[in-house]
Design a protein around this ligand. Structure first.
Ligand SMILES: Nc1ncnc2c1ncn2[C@@H]1O[C@H](COP(=O)(O)OP(=O)(O)O)[C@@H](O)[C@H]1O
Ligand SMILES: [Mg+2]
Length: 326
């Protein structure tokens, strides 16, 4: 028996589409689509709002509140967490304490998975056979030891926090409340144990924040929600400009004062950014949509530009989709 493999209409369609996009990319000197998603984020593509990053880091350092980085999907919460994680180990608080950091990026965790993920992220040893309570206990003891012996506070970053099982969620409360009264009784006389030793830095949507208010009011009361600022038009333009320069292999000479966003017009970016409400994930998606339309035009009339008209068309088409994911 022989099996004939025909090029299906679907495959042909995708190949043609790929060629059309490729021709547009080549025309503007790009080696790949400027708007593709990258598995490994590259810091040269980040538009840093250093004021906001500073406000997160300041809150952690002053140790008055836990932190909840709040914003819709795609607004840049994970990105900000990674930036704060990068900065913390180089800093000290006003008492001279340094920071040990841990990052839990997985979500949908059960109680024991959460306990194990926290221990792993903070490099605390435990046995596989242990119950979650024992694991969290080991984390607490080690955090106390690091505070007393190494003058190091612990900053624990947890992504999309309320996406985890409620029981897992409750494990955090114990850590948020450290030191325990027993610890203060035992060590407090020799040591100043008058402040929290573990700072939680959580992220999530407004819905997650509301879940925390109802499930863990004891933590929510002592947590500062910080809303991720959306990109303004100038920053949206830089976002597009950096990605184009990156795809052209020129990102290392990118100058934020003189770059251009050709073949996008400034107008088109304002339209995109308004529709995306300054959300970087949505800006990227809409810019990619614009690339597709512009590439089709380019095939017909050799003009690769993305103007206001194209942007409006694409934004209208995406309006429903964006509305649904929001
Ligand atoms: N300030 C920024 N500058 C450039 N790209 C950003 C910025 N913030 C987010 N992004 C990009 O937008 C996408 C979504 O960001 P992410 O941090 O994963 O959002 P969230 O965690 O809020 O869902 C990622 O591709 C990320 O690289
Ligand atoms: Mg995220």
């Amino acid at each position: 028996m022989t099996i004939a493999i025909h090029e299906s209409a679907l495959i042909r369609h995708f190949n043609t589409r790929k060629e059309v996009l490729r021709a547009w990319e080549e025309r503007i000197g790009c080696r790949f689509s400027p708007f593709r998603g990258f598995k490994m984020p590259d810091s040269r593509l980040y538009i840093e709002d250093s004021d906001f990053l500073d406000s997160i880091v300041d809150l952690i350092i002053t140790n008055e509140r836990h932190v909840f980085i709040r914003g819709p999907v795609g607004s840049g919460k994970s990105t900000l967490m990674l930036l704060a994680l990068r900065d913390l180990p180089t800093l000290a608080d006003r008492r001279g304490n340094k920071f040990v950091t841990g990052y839990v990026g997985m979500t949908g965790l059960y109680e024991k998975q959460m306990a194990a993920a926290i221990a792993d992220s903070l490099r605390v040893k435990y046995k596989r056979s242990w119950e979650s309570t024992q694991i969290i206990d080991a984390v607490a003891k080690e955090s106390l030891r690091r505070y007393i012996e190494e003058k190091s506070r612990t900053a624990l970053f947890i992504e999309d926090v309320a996406d985890n099982q409620e029981a897992a969620f409750h494990k955090l409360r114990f850590l948020a409340d450290l030191p325990t009264e027993e610890m203060v009784d035992t060590f407090g006389k020799a040591q100043t144990l008058d402040e929290p030793i573990v700072t939680l830095v959580m992220s999530g949507t407004l819905m997650y924040w509301n879940a925390m208010l109802s499930f863990l009011p004891q933590i929510a009361d002592r947590t500062e929600p910080l809303d991720v600022p959306s990109l303004n038009n100038a920053k949206a333009k830089e976002f597009v400009g950096r990605r184009i320069a990156y795809a052209q292999g020129r990102i290392d000479t990118f100058d934020p004062d003189t770059y251009d966003v050709y073949p996008f017009s400034d107008d088109s970016i304002n339209v995109i950014n308004t529709a995306a409400r300054g959300n970087p994930r949505d800006i990227r998606m809409l810019a990619r949509g614009c690339q597709q339309v512009a590439a089709e035009n380019f095939r017909k009339n050799s003009d690769p530009t993305v103007d206001k008209k194209i942007a409006s068309l694409v934004c209208q088409a995406y309006a429903t989709i964006l509305g649904e994911v929001q």
